[in-house]
Structures are given as structure tokens and as C-alpha cells.
Design a protein around this ligand. Sequence first.
Ligand SMILES: *Cc1c(COP(=O)(O)O)cnc(C)c1O
Length: 492
Amino acid sequence: MDKNEIYRMLPKVDRLMTEENIQEMISRHGYECVHKAVNSVLGRAREGLARCGSEQEARACIAEIPEQIRRVLEGWERPGLKPVVNGTGIILHTGLGRAPLGESALQAAMKIAGGYSNLEYDLEKGQRGERCLNFEELVCRVTGAEAAMAVNNNAGAVLLALSAVAGGGEVVVSRGELVEIGGGFRIPEIMELGGARLREAGTTNRTRLTDYENAVSGETRAFLKVHTSNYRIVGFTCSVSLGELCKLGRARKIPVIQDLGSGVLVNLEKYGLEHEPTVQEAVAQGADVVCFSGDKLMGGPQAGIIAGRKEYIEKIRRHPLVRALRIDKFTAAALEAVFREYLHPESEEVKIPVLHMLSETEDSLRRKAENMAASLRNAAGIHSADCSPGERERRAEQPGVLAEIAVEPCVSRTGGGSLPMQDIRSYAVTVAPREITAEELGRRLRGKEIPVIGRISGERFFMDVRTVEEKYGGYLSEIFRGGDILRKGGRP
Ligand SMILES: *Cc1c(COP(=O)(O)O)cnc(C)c1O
């Protein structure tokens, strides 16, 4: 059979569109959509036919066309952005959307997003008002600041604060704090964007108060302190505390801007973690402007909060960049709800998922991991590995054993460039498949309707249970039911 004859076997678009199974797709997806899918599949089939050697092969190719059309249509319907199961143990995983929101924030966002609100409307005067003023007082009560506002994210907050307070002048920063946060956020570049000139003080490992004093000139408009949230300088070091710098700032009438990065509003020591400077401390130590993220350790939506002295917040509010960086209405609603949770400091870890995950004890995590491992083994029909290591190995060698599913200690991280040196002990469910590689298992799990993201180490797939939401327990068992996901050539 020559190529032209093979091409002639390809069904015509118009005829395909009248076929019964295609008609059924049209009733579900609409004529236009199906027409596009048919054209796209036929185009690909034509290329496929060019590679077919025999008539038989060509017929097999053509027989697959309706199924391919169905798959294309289903692919178009599927949302691109979807929930995932976070088994990485990284609580603020930037790739996975950082902080999950708690119930009150979700409710607040939903209530506001679906209708009109007084987002920028002064109800008393009956006219246009200012965005974010609705919860300014609340932010002030929680942080102790005189005034506050919020923008799209903390990178925006720092850019805006620098532009408004120091644009056209110089900003003095310690060389030990010229950081890159990730995703291209570098302090020197942000400074340049904000129209301020960088004036470096001290050295990478040591900066003293006199270094700041010597860097001051007639052009100095601000001191900037950046919390080195994603790295530590250790060894022969010295730095100037925020309190000391604020004293110098007051004496020289130079405002101090503190980029705190992750905005912590509680003392993390109560969860057995290292102390991380809180927003309240920065305000109390005299920082004139404090910038921090909404979706890092604060546990809220993506936002950049700027809190500080009224004089500077007013100045920042009037800067034209505010319009470009403004916060969206459902973010504002969620942010307000999260701040409200911080008015009750005895129960935040119940209401704020990030703090809940941080506060979980090793004991409770081990139990959670053991329960999960047992359900997965059960679902996959695998015997318990709950025996001596020798016995376990002997059983694992037996033919027909699909995998070893066990519980192992592991280390969680806060992520989001916070608490970089902190090891947070946790437990993982580990799966060591026998017929396929751990990489292949990881790939199969990522391909699921709700993808499961984990870590691979030593030929085992690790799921740190600290970040796996309780509600996914049943879903994970379903995935392992029957053990097909672990089988070579199985239909995962
Ligand atoms: C994370 C971080 C930022 C950026 O905050 P985003 O909310 O991600 O925009 C800025 N500065 C520091 C010190 C940070 O840790």
C-alpha cells in the first residue's frame, strides 16, 4: 500500500463529526470544542500514518482516533492548577503554594470574593475610601505598630518602602545582609529598582555600629536591616542589633527599615524551635518600618505587610507604586481573618495550619505515620514490616512481595527561606517498591488526579507525614488499593 492510499483511509472531519460517539462528545463539550479536538487529533494521526509500515498498523492507528479525541477533550477540561498532597515535609514549600489557609481565612475570602464589599469605600462618608484601612487597627493591635498597610507580597513591600522612604537618596546596609532570597529577589537590585543608592557598611562577617556611623552622609535617607532568613553567617562574626541601630537612627534622624522576611507573630520557642525575631519585637525595638510576608510563618495568604510609624506609613501610602502592588479583595479578607486569630494567642496553633504543623509532637507524628503505613500495606495487600530487620529482609526477598512499606524518622523543614539551620524531627512513611524503581513510583504518584509529592532517598519514596493533610488518608489508601501502583506494567 502506498502512502497516498494510507492517507485516504483517514476519516474526513465532517464524517467523524456525525459519528455516534462523537455526537455524544458534542452534547457534553459543545460543537466548537469537539471540532477543534478532531482537527488536532487528525493532524497528529496524519503524521503517525507517515510512519506506519503496513496497512494493519495504519488501521490500528485509525481505530484509536475516537479515544484520542476523548482524551484531548478531557485534558482541556482538567484544571491546570490543582491541589497536591505535600509529602515533602517542607511546611512553606514555595513550589507548592507556601502556607495553606485555615478555615476562618477561607470563609472570609469566599464571602468577599463572590460579591461586592467595602474594599475601598468609606461607609461613614459614603464615598471612595482607602484599601486596607478596614483592618489597619487590627494589625496595629497585634503588632504594636502605630500604622499599617498591606500589598501583594513582601518583595513588593520592601520595594515600596525603599522607594517611598529613601528614593533619590542613599540607604545604608550591612555587607552581611545583602541577601538574595530566591526567585531573583536581591537586595541590591531591589534598591536600584526603588531608586535608592546602596551604601554598604562593614564586611560580610563583621559589621559594627561605627561602620553604620561612618557610612552616613548628607544623602542618607534610611538604614535597612534585612533578616538573614535563609542562611547564617557563623564563626568570627559580629553584627549590630536592631535596637542599637534604631538608637543611632533616632540620634541622626534617619529612619530604620527592617525587612523581616518571614513574619512571625508568636514566639516559636514554645514549639521547641529556635527563637525567630517577631514582628512585635521589631516594632518594640524601634524599627520605623517593618516589612514581612503574609504566607510564610504567619500562615496567611500571599501578601506583604508594612507596619510602623504613622509618619512613614502615610508617606508610603501616597507613593504611586501602591497602585501597582495593591492587594486583592479576597486576599485582604483572608489576611484580616488570620490577624484576628492572633488576637487569641493561646489557640493560634489550632486555627493556623502552619503553626499546627510546626507544633505537632514527634509522638503524634510517629503514630500518624504508623497508622498511615498500616493502611497503605492493608490496601496494597502487603504484610506488616513490623518485625525484626532480619525477618523483614527475609520476607522482602520472597517472590510476590510488591514493596516494603515502613515508618522511618526524618527531618522536616519550615522552608520559604525561614529557619534554615533548624532540623525539625519528624516521621515518614517510606515505600521501597520491588518491581519498579522509587523514581518510577514517584512519577506515578505525581500523575495522580491529586498528585502526591514526596522525596526519594536510598531507593525509597519518603512521605513526611507532618505536611500530609489528615483528609488525604483515605485518598492515599485508594491509590495503593490492590497494589497496582507498585507493579511492573501495572495500570497505575
Ligand atoms: C521571603 C523574603 C522576602 C520576599 O517575600 P515574598 O513574600 O516572597 O515576596 C523578602 N525578604 C526576606 C528577608 C525574605 O525572607
